[in-house]
Design a protein around this ligand. Structure first.
Ligand code: LMR
Length: 330
């Protein structure tokens, strides 16, 4: 036991010092280290280094420090970074079918979502990524359901979105979603959202609570609508060449660390959502600068009704059968 502990400590020290590592694995993401994704990436680093006895040195770069949206995917393909976990919306150009996750109101709740991700639909979508042979799909991670926010009028009914400039991720479904309610969608990298909201380049956006709070968007938005109208999740992908260059035992270490990181990530995500809601309510009460709006079931239904128009537009791109399979998943 003592030997194992000492071995682990020694391995961690060597890995930290970058000594004796036979492989370096760079990991890049765009969110804060304190989000569920950030925490899980750091945990993955620690576990891979422990399990591999320091043979793999994992280096995590949060907050778009190394690569922002748009760059990270290219960097992964070129093996300049070995592991990334972009949101599912950012796979549009590689596997447009992945936009299934962006369809408004497609998931009934978290249980339904996980059954889709971890079931047949999730496997089919991973295979679309693997087909390209540049990257290998590992696990789905979670950020949570998205909510509207704005610095102009509160967004309560679909008419309230009319004319608002919405920041979106690079997904055609998200573009169609905001056009369906008369909004003006604009693609921006995540690292630019705060200043774009601050300077009025865009008025409004949609985020899960963890991203909204950890990037301080509440400072530059005057209202937040708990709409849960869409979903934001991630796919962890590794450069295929890097994976193939690893001996079997190190591959097994990575798979084990990833399994544990995924469990932690999903757990963190559900805990975080509740904690952040409390923090935002306190902020709203103390500062009077943020209005938090809950929608009635009738108001939610109105959103669902207008946004339903988005679905048929993507039957060809995503596959009508696949959409149906996701909806029919228990
Ligand atoms: C966004 O661009 O809003 C998100 O994809 C950021 C992230 O990685 O959660």
């Amino acid at each position: 036991m003592k030997k194992i502990v000492l071995g682990t400590i020694a391995a961690a020290m060597l890995a930290t010092a970058g000594l004796a590592a036979e492989y370096v694995m760079k990991v890049s993401h765009v969110v804060s280290a304190s989000t569920p994704k950030g925490k899980a990436a750091d945990f993955f680093e620690k576990r891979v280094e422990e399990l591999s006895g320091g043979k793999i040195d994992v280096q995590v770069f949060p907050n778009s420090q190394l690569y922002g949206d748009g760059e990270e995917m290219k960097a992964l393909v070129m093996n300049n970074v070995q592991l990334i976990m972009p949101s599912l919306s950012k796979f549009t150009s590689i596997a447009p079918q992945m936009q299934l996750f962006d369809l408004p109101f497609i998931f009934r709740d978290k249980a339904h979502l996980y059954n889709v991700m971890d079931g047949e639909v999730g496997t089919i979508l991973k295979s679309k990524i693997n087909e390209k042979k540049q990257m290998m799909a590992m696990d789905y991670w979670d950020a949570g359901f998205k909510h509207f926010s704005s610095s102009k009028q509160p967004i309560i009914n679909p008419e309230d979105a009319k004319g608002l400039k919405f920041r979106i991720q690079s997904s055609k479904v998200l573009e169609a979603q905001f056009k369906a309610v008369g909004g003006n969608p604009q693609v921006l990298p995540f690292s630019e959202v705060y200043s774009a909201l601050q300077q009025g380049v865009v008025d409004a956006t949609e985020n899960p609570l963890s991203n909204f709070y950890t990037k301080k968007f509440h400072e530059v938005q005057s209202n937040l609508t708990l709409s849960s109208h869409g979903y934001l999740g991630y796919l962890v992908v590794m450069n295929t060449k890097f994976w193939n260059s690893l001996p079997k035992d190190l591959q097994a270490n990575i798979s084990q660390a990833m399994k544990e990181a995924t469990e932690l990530e999903r757990k963190e995500s559900s805990i975080e959502d509740e904690k952040i809601m409390e923090a935002l309510k306190t902020y709203a009460k103390d500062t009077n600068k943020l209005e938090i709006i809950e929608l009635t079931p009738e108001q939610k239904q109105q959103w669902q009704k207008v946004m339903a128009d988005v679905y048929p537009k993507f039957y060809d791109v995503i596959g009508e059968d696949l959409i149906k399979k996701a909806i029919d998943t228990k």
